[in-house]
Design a binder for this molecule. Sequence first.
Ligand SMILES: *Cc1c(COP(=O)(O)O)cnc(C)c1O
Length: 332
Amino acid sequence: MIGHRGEGFKDLYRAIYPGLQRLFGTKQPVFLSTSSAWGVMEASIRNLVDREVLCCMCGAFSDNWFDVAKRCGKTAEPLQVEWGKHIDHKTVDRQLATGKFDTVTLVHNETSTGVMNPLPEICCILAKYPDVALIVDTVSSFSGVKIDMDSLGIDVMLTGAQKALALPPGFSLFSVSEKAFARAEKIPNRGFYFDFLEFKKQQAQWMTPSTPSIAHIHGLQSKLNEIFEEGLEARFARHARTNALVHDWVRRTGFEFFAEEGFRSKTLTCVKNNREIDVLEFARKLRNKHHLVIDPGYGKIRGKTFRLSNMGDETEETVAHLLRCLDDCSKR
Ligand SMILES: *Cc1c(COP(=O)(O)O)cnc(C)c1O
């Protein structure tokens, strides 16, 4: 192990930095947070929300963010759509036109429902409201599809370790715009552990505010090497191909998609259990017989859906293998 206040750590942070900025599509600082993504999701609320936050809600993670905002003592309003539907940019526009809001939360890829929200369209709307800050959770889409923070005008972009990056859980990454730093300066009670300005000050010296999980950062360095060895465009193309394999399987086997057409995730598929199989038994069989794990649906759609991931390190070979094993387990 290396010391986190020594040259070894600074060299490590410095070494991974250009790759991180490239992945985020930003010239802004990229921060290392020793917390899971929720830490940064809560931090974004505490650092940015002054008047009122509009929480775009379309599934378990985005719905929960609204609750977190209220628990932080902030005034929050839900923009709720039915699970499986996407957040429509025109609705966001209508809400922002009221002038009530200074912050918006958006989950890009709603992992619970398999919906990928139309980020460019929503960002175009936000561009009309320069006083509103946009916080985007890219936990399950980061590095799977292209998301350029600066050109989209995102103010806080965050991701976790264990989803799209396929690293061990318990770590997250985020970047903050100049506008968001300026906002944070005026917000009291930001605390210490998640204070964006503290992160900024420390990053300028290649350090973190508190002791970081160095093991995660070594893992991240190795992951970045893999990512750039493959090439970003090739990585995106691989996700598109493996996603198409899963979609073909869904159609071929007579299942349906839980997410509406046109807004389906490129990194995971939420399959609607229209065939009314015993999803828990299906997942159990797959695990016992083939040592493969799928999720039998999240929260209120457990058993009514199941989810197939093609994010992270999955290849055409691993996904094709999974689909063959699913076929084997669904034989009547
Ligand atoms: C998993 C997930 C989170 C939360 O991640 P934690 O590691 O539990 O903090 C947040 N947002 C999305 C979209 C997720 O998929």
